[in-house]
Design a protein around this ligand. Structure first.
Ligand code: NAG
Ligand code: NAG
Ligand code: NAG
Ligand code: NAG
Length: 471
């Protein structure tokens, strides 16, 4: 999932059935950051991912799988099962200087897994707020934690800049406090080691839930030299570094053949890479590919059901249980998908209709095969194929005029046109009107955006030179 939050690669592994009679599988959920649609071997990439390819080949590949275009939004929906319009996190990410977090009014996925009897662990990038102790991952359902509370740390020093101060502070923690002795340890290796430790020290008396959120392949692009060697043939240095390191082309990712990139509402920012593998799937599902529509908010109900849990205490979920779709190939119960409505994003053009959803606002949704985009979706260039492959494509097709400031409505049939080349909005105004009404209906359920100003008290210099709660 290049740059979808670009593209994140979401890998789910269900290991052997847990031995107790309650048939609760162990769950390892792996998320990679900014992973491009064309950055996994089995999508034809020049980037080699043999382990992931092999795991995916033995499991079920999710080929119509959607995430959110940037970090916090994807993670917030994974942990809450709820759209951004229902958590107040419609706009941007949670900056480390903001007093903000995933609201405490509904349990997290980890809370529910724990309540279902799981031993719960997280390794990696949280990015769902930490300004008060209550928002820390180990106070939100995880028994243990090891990782970064915010984003954009240095892969080796684990330091993160405060504002634009050129001052960098430690952001590596476990549930007992800051971790000060791992400078120089490359985060992908460090997090992998910690995940292995969690698995090795796991006692079989309880099933395991491990959420593994790699920093890779998000910027800054840093990689040990030994990994660069195998990609000497890649001319573009950022991509060479990224190769071992989604889809943000200027940061090395590639979403070919999709349109748009990280941070946009084009499918290049949303359409992710995902698969499910492991012993909780029957033999017959091995090697299957599903084109059922699945979204990152769906993991919450899917995994809680698999854990034998319940939804008491949850605010209404937007995710739908996809376990029958994944494990049996049943049709997806998801008919609609709200990508987002962001009332704070800069408006674009004039409303198309006075009495309908204001099309100057940035929003996008799916209803069946139809996708409607309003407002400014962000840069809409098609991703050119990486230089070393796909020479048969006519590359002039992959560069386009940027949308004008005036145009603010697009309609696509994503099934027929996954690369968003053929705008149907003028041909099918009735469909546009119906979908604008659906957007209005969903918007009416939205909560106010939480996007507070930076708080000077967040400065780590005021609390031991470490990023952490300040309220
Ligand atoms: C850092 O300290 C922890 C806790 O004492 C220890 O387990 C870990 O091995 C140490 N790491 C290094 C690189 O020394
Ligand atoms: C969306 O809903 C919010 C909250 O109810 C409201 O303030 C806003 O005007 C609505 N926007 C549109 C475009 O309907
Ligand atoms: C490539 O696509 C462009 C734009 O559609 C077209 O004008 C051109 O003729 C195509 N070139 C080839 C070699 O097919
Ligand atoms: C969208 O495209 C698919 C594939 O071509 C087609 O089967 C379907 O009927 C189209 N949907 C609509 C609503 O036009």
């Amino acid at each position: 999932m290049n740059n979808r939050a670009g593209a994140l690669i979401l890998v789910l592994l269900f290991h052997l059935l847990h031995s107790s009679e309650a048939r609760q599988p162990n769950v390892v959920f792996v998320l990679a950051d900014d992973y491009g649609y064309n950055d996994i071997g089995y999508h034809g990439s020049e980037i080699k991912t043999p382990t992931l390819d092999e795991l995916a080949a033995g499991g079920v590949k999710l080929e119509n799988y959607y995430v959110q275009p940037i970090c916090t939004p994807t993670r917030s929906q994974l942990m809450s099962g709820r759209y951004q319009i229902h958590t107040g996190l419609q706009h941007g990410i949670i900056w480390p200087e903001q007093p903000n977090g995933l609201p405490l009014n509904s349990p997290t996925l980890a809370d529910k897994m724990k309540e279902s009897g799981y031993s719960t662990h997280m390794v990696g990038k949280w990015h769902l707020g930490f300004y008060k102790k209550e928002y820390l991952p180990w106070n939100r359902g995880f028994d243990t934690y090891f990782g970064y509370l915010t984003g954009s740390e240095d892969y080796y020093t684990h330091l993160r800049e405060f504002g634009a101060s050129s001052k960098f502070y430690l952001d590596l923690h476990n549930e007992r406090g800051p971790v000060k002795n791992e400078s120089g340890h490359y985060s992908a290796h460090l997090f992998t080691q910690k995940a292995i430790d969690v698995i090795n020290s796991h006692k079989d008396s309880k099933p395991l839930f491990l959420y593994m959120a790699y920093q890779s392949v998000h910027g800054p692009l840093q990689v040990p030299d030994k990994y660069l060697k195998q990609y000497e043939h890649i001319e573009d240095e950022t991509r060479r570094t990224y190769a071992d390191n989604g889809g943000k082309p200027i940061k090395g990712g590639n979403n070919f053949p999709l349109r748009g990139e990280k941070g946009t509402l084009w499918d290049g920012g949303l359409h992710g890479v995902g698969f499910v593998a492991g012993g909780a799937l029957s033999r017959e599902r091995s090697g299957k590919v599903t084109t059922a529509l699945i979204h990152v908010s769906d993991w919450y109900p899917t995994l809680v059901r698999l854990a034998g849990g319940h939804f008491n205490g949850c605010l209404p979920l937007d995710g739908v249980d996809q376990w029958d779709t994944i494990s049996k190939g049943s049709p997806s119960k998801r008919l609609m998908l709200l990508h987002n409505i962001d009332p704070l994003y800069k408006k674009s053009g004039a409303p198309l209709y006075a009495d309908k959803f204001d099309t100057s606002i940035r929003a996008a949704m799916r209803s069946g095969s139809y996708k409607l985009i309003t407002g400014d979706p962000g840069p809409g260039k098609w991703t050119p194929p990486p230089s070393t492959q796909n020479q048969q494509y006519n590359t002039s097709l992959y560069f386009c005029e940027e949308p004008s400031d005036v145009k603010n409505v697009w309609l696509f049939n994503i099934t027929a046109d996954p690369t968003e080349h053929h705008d149907l909005s003028e041909e099918r105004p009735q469909v546009v009107r119906i979908m604008l009404d659906l957007l209005s209906k969903m918007n009416a359920t939205s909560v106010p955006v939480r996007y507070p100003p930076f708080d000077p008290k967040s400065n780590p210099a005021l609390h031991g030179n470490i990023w952490g709660p300040w309220e």
